[in-house]
Ligand binder design. Structure first.
Ligand code: ZN
Length: 124
C-alpha cells in the first residue's frame, strides 16, 4: 500500500469540507487532506486553492531563492525547438518530432529522445 501524502497548502485545514473532518466521534477536527495521490503542483497540493494559498505566501521567496528573471528572454532559432507528436498517429506507432517555432523546421526523434527531459536541440 502506498504512503499517504499530506497536502502542503498552508490553509488546507481551514476549508471545512466533510472529507477534512477527522477524528473520534466527540473530538473531530478539520484536518489537512491526506491522499495517496495529490494532483496539483507536482503532487504537493490537493487542489488549485491550496496551491494558490502556498504560492501567494511563498512565491516571492521561492523566486528570489532560485533566481529572479531580470531581463527579457528572447525566442530565437537556437532555442525555439519543442517536442511534439502526431496526436492522430496510432499509440503503438506514434510519430515524434522536434519542431522549430521560428523556422518551422521539423526533425524526427525517437520515443526515447521524446521522453528524455535532458535531450534537446536548443543551444541557448
Ligand atoms: Zn489542500
Amino acid at each position: 500500500m502506498s504512503e499517504l501524502k499530506l497536502c502542503q497548502g498552508s490553509r488546507c485545514h481551514t476549508y471545512n469540507t466533510k472529507d477534512r473532518l477527522k477524528g473520534q466521534k466527540d473530538n473531530k477536527t478539520f484536518q489537512t487532506r491526506r491522499r495517496s495521490n495529490l494532483y496539483y503542483g507536482s503532487g504537493n497540493f490537493c487542489s488549485m486553492n491550496c496551491m494558490n494559498d502556498w504560492l501567494n505566501e511563498y512565491v516571492d521567496r521561492a523566486i528570489d531563492h532560485f533566481g529572479r528573471t531580470t531581463e527579457a528572454k528572447h525566442l530565437t532559432e537556437d532555442n525555439a525547438w519543442s517536442k511534439e507528436y502526431d496526436w492522430n498517429s496510432d499509440y503503438n506507432n506514434r510519430q515524434y518530432i522536434y519542431v522549430n517555432g521560428i523556422t518551422k523546421e521539423q526533425r524526427p526523434i525517437t520515443r526515447e529522445q521524446f521522453d528524455d527531459n535532458n535531450y534537446t536541440l536548443n543551444t541557448s
